[in-house]
Design a protein around this ligand. Structure first.
Ligand SMILES: Nc1ncnc2c1ncn2[C@@H]1O[C@H](COP(=O)(O)OP(=O)(O)OP(=O)(O)O)[C@@H](O)[C@H]1O
Ligand SMILES: [Mg+2]
Length: 486
């Protein structure tokens, strides 16, 4: 049966309105070698009865990875031998999060223990060997668990005879169709043939299509082959501290919070200034976020590189510090090289903000650090003078409202005059949900980005296209700090 787009949308809305039925705790007879079921909240337990796919949806820090690692370990131990797979957005994520996480990883769930560098300190009853360079976990029962990244389509799993797969953060998978349909779909073909998936749905990401597909299937047949559970971040508060709690408080009651804390499926915010959807960008003249891999960056630098800092005076509880590093390149595009919003116990005190600005300045060979005057920026500049007097710092003042300041920056993305190099998940979530409405919390990475772009003022390439030979030279007195193409 093929569902029309309208019917699917209705089903999804209904899915949001009704919480899925909570799985009941299993009776004690259930196989539970490590006692994780005793610690799990009822909603974290696998579905009862037979299923093919179990999608654990939830907010950030809600316990998705912990749940799936334990449920997957249980599956592996209950079915000795054979091949298994773990897939996450990148190979690095599989290694460090899915296998090695000391709190939530598969090695721990199987009774082993890893050190801070990922080395296997204790094997426990089931693990024989962990090869972190090939991302292979060998088990005493002869089984082996292969890890791979979805961004390359999880091609390594093709041709394997897998008994089960754990698929983490499917909402962030770039090559989800290849990874899910071609690699995992064909390879999971030995009993018990189960897929356990987890992740926070992310508006505007390609992986949202996979999330919607699983939710639609689960809703169409709640006792069928696809099941889903929903974990809320607030229910896992007892296991969270510091930055995660601060972030939670900041996001509670906001639109982004519905996605990030409650795992709700949202589409990009109406009225947001940026989008990841090319059609929407064209239709509604929004800033289109275009990304590039760092290894593909071949264009030479044209002008300046700026570090922007949206500081925090630490007075307002939970206020964060935003950083952005943006450089102008010869193809007239500004490239965002770094972005961060540091909150809670990851937030930096004033001296650490100065040190981080210096680190980014040196790392990227920048010309200037731009610091917003508000929120303590004024005395922060004095601190810069004292602690790091040779760092060229420019103080900027916010005289216009946030939306007014952000609009020209968003407009630059439409050409696109701005490209994101590498992963900027946090910044992009802020951009695609920022409407500038009254009372909307201040997105710090977005603010820093806007300051960097305002400072660089990228201009449009000359009309007519074709290759243009540019001459640019620095001139601190010129608008934007350099004179371009004379
Ligand atoms: N039932 C539980 N009992 C004890 N600790 C738990 C439980 N559930 C989750 N945790 C702990 O909560 C923390 C967050 O869990 P986890 O890493 O699974 O979250 P997540 O939803 O995958 O987060 P993210 O969105 O960042 O990927 C971890 O320290 C994990 O060990
Ligand atoms: Mg996780």
């Amino acid at each position: 049966m093929t569902l029309s787009a309208d019917v699917r949308a209705d089903l999804l809305r209904m899915a949001e309105a009704f919480s899925p039925p909570e799985p009941q705790p299993e009776p004690p007879a259930v196989f539970d070698p490590f006692g994780w079921r005793l610690k799990a909240r009822p909603i974290q337990l696998p579905p009862t009865g037979d299923y093919d796919v179990w999608y654990v949806r939830g907010g950030r820090g809600a316990g998705k990875t912990w749940t799936c690692a334990n449920a997957f370990a249980e599956l592996i131990v209950a079915h000795p031998g054979g091949e298994w797979g773990v897939v996450a957005p990148t190979l690095g994520d599989v290694r460090t999060t899915c296998f090695e996480s000391q709190d939530s990883g598969l090695i721990r769930a199987l009774g082993g223990r890893v050190g801070p560098g990922g080395e296997l300190l204790e094997r426990g009853p089931h693990i024989l060997r962990w090869n972190r360079s090939t991302c292979e976990l060998f088990l005493r029962d002869g089984g082996v668990v292969y890890g791979d990244g979805a961004d390359d389509g999880a091609l390594r799993l093709q041709g394997k005879n897998l008994r089960g797969v754990w698929a983490d953060e499917i909402g962030l998978w770039k090559q989800w169709a290849t990874a899910w349909d071609e690699s995992i779909g064909f390879a999971v073909r030995k009993a018990p043939a189960k897929i356990i998936a987890s992740g926070t749905p992310k508006a505007g990401r390609p992986g949202l299509a996979l999330v919607k597909r699983l939710l639609t299937a689960a809703l169409a047949d709640p006792h069928g082959p696809t099941r889903t559970s929903l974990l809320h971040t607030r229910d896992n508060m007892a296991n969270l501290a510091g930055a995660a709690l601060t972030r939670m408080r900041l996001l509670e009651g906001t639109r982004l919070g519905r996605q990030e804390l409650d795992g709700e499926v949202l589409d990009e915010a109406d009225g947001a200034l940026w989008t990841r959807d090319p059609d929407k960008a064209e239709r509604e003249q929004l800033g289109l976020i275009v990304s590039e891999r760092p290894e593909d960056l071949r264009v030479e630098l044209l002008g300046r590189t700026v570090v922007a800092l949206d500081p925090s005076d630490g007075e307002k509880d939970g206020d964060g510090v935003g950083f952005a590093v943006v450089a102008m390149h010869l193809d007239h595009r500004a490239r965002v090289l770094h972005s961060a919003d540091l909150l809670g116990d990851r937030a930096l005190g004033p001296a650490a903000q100065v040190r981080e600005a210096r680190r980014l300045f040196d790392l990227h060979g920048a010309d200037r650090v731009v610091v917003e005057k508000n929120h303590g920026g004024r005395w922060l500049v004095d601190l810069f003078r004292t602690l790091d007097p040779t760092l060229p710092v420019k103080v900027v003042d916010a005289t216009q409202g946030k939306r007014t300041r952000a609009e020209p920056a968003a407009a630059l993305y439409t050409r696109p005059g701005v490209v994101h190099v590498g992963d900027h998940e946090q910044l992009e979530d802020q951009l695609t949900s920022f409407t500038g409405a009254a009372g909307e919390p201040s997105p710090n990475a977005l603010d820093a980005l806007v300051w960097a772009l305002t400072e660089l003022r990228p201009t449009a390439p000359p009309a007519g296209g074709g290759e243009v030979v540019q001459h640019a030279y620095r001139d601190d007195d010129a608008p934007g700090g350099f004179v371009a193409w004379g």
